[in-house]
Design a protein around this ligand. Sequence first.
Ligand SMILES: [Ca+2]
Ligand SMILES: [Ca+2]
Length: 542
Amino acid sequence: MRKLMTMGVALLAVFTIFYACKKANTQNEAASTFSTKKDLKALTNASALNSGPFVTAYVEVNSNNFVNPGCYTYGTPAKQLFGISVIFAANINSVNGVPTLSFNPQVQDVLNSGKVAYLQSLGINVLLDVLGNHQNAGWGCFTTYAQADAFAVQCANAVQQYGLDGIDIDDEYSTCTANDGSLVLAAAALRARLGTTKLITMAAFNQANYFNSVYNGQKLGDILDYVFEQTYFSTNYATRLQPYINAGVPKAKLGLGTDLGNSDQTAVANYVKNNGLASVMVYNVANNSQTKLSSVSNSLYSSATAVKPNCIDGNGTTPPANGNTSLLFDGTNEYLNSNSFNLAGTGLTLEGWIRSNAFKSASPYISTIMGIEVSDANVALLRLGDASLANNKLQFVLNTGGTTAKKLNSATTLSANTWYHVAATYDGATMKIYINGVLDASLSATGTISASGTFQISRSYDANRGFNGLFDELRVWKTALTQTQIQNNKCTVATNSTGLEAYWKFNEASGTTAADATGKGHTATLTNMESTDWSTTLPTCQ
Ligand SMILES: [Ca+2]
Ligand SMILES: [Ca+2]
């Protein structure tokens, strides 16, 4: 059907959108992250999906901007409304009789645009819906594992190339002869090719017939992460879902769909919440969906849906072409305030990318990177300079007991206008500073960290200790990373990594807040700053 739209015939387009509305999409779950260097963008934010019912956006990208799911939030501080956003849709075409993964120009544009990485930077999992196209090829047509695997390889290559979080199986609009055993072959082949860190979901439309077949001891419901039921025209939700439950799909994998053209958003969300289902699936998220999305968020989270300023349809500067920005500080009164949290324990890492425009030229010669500083007895701070330290040397200040903080200074002097990856760790025995992944300095220390209070970036103690330059990829860990971990994850890291407490990617490109990609709520608020402080000057690794 996507193909038809690319023909640019208005009537066909209207028909197509109407027809597509019968359908919905999918979702997924599970998975964590990983990553080879090649695959850095393909971080899966799936851990966020496990904390309760989540909301899935299904976006018809022929007529809607794929930025929009990132614009809807709820709660205070604001959280992203969607856990998953699905690109609708790629196609399965028949090319010389071979099922072939195909992208129309609109889908190709989304894949190339940086919008995938942008939504991922907000903690949203991005999936590609793959749909039949009125040709003799489709998900339901495979009769052997080898056939299914040949197509699964194409899907896996696309996931790798475009940094996606997974594939949404959508068995519609194929003219092939379908058989009930095809889908379990397809899902098994996809799982083998994608591994367990990617999501595999299904948009299901009266298709419970596929769920009883067994391959290698597994049924379709065993392999899929989520099944999204999408016969929107019925409000008998129990009847819609029961065939899948009967075929072995656990409720915790089921999503229930609602079409924004209908008015049952509250009823669907209540049903999801009250029956332990995984997700509310929303078709079709557009630039004017706020009111109906509010019905969903009010039910699930007792909070209306808000819209970020200068975001809808990519207005303002969201997102930049490459889906990545950093943040520029002026060295005077500009800083970020996060919330108050407690770093007590015997493990800590503060790390990130810094690029100084100029080092502090007046006493106390301090340029703050980040941390908590309440007093000498309550401090965990990474900065440049001190009263008795050069203004271009790093200093790691930490209280691990008593009333005096320990201070570890770097041996290396930093240069202006140069990006450095800096990290400070404490493991209960030693404080260390790493620069560009190389151990630079260390100091014996024992005891439990005393650092509880407001976490700030480019500010500590008073207004005269701001940083003049750029920050990117700042992270706080309640564990001491090893040198290898620091070296391997300088550019990006899984948002659900063990011990990761706060993670600011600064990829918003606009607005007055920097999201905490961990989902732990440490949103940082830009203070005394301007929209021009979002910068496209980036560390070279990104
Ligand atoms: Ca960034
Ligand atoms: Ca500024």
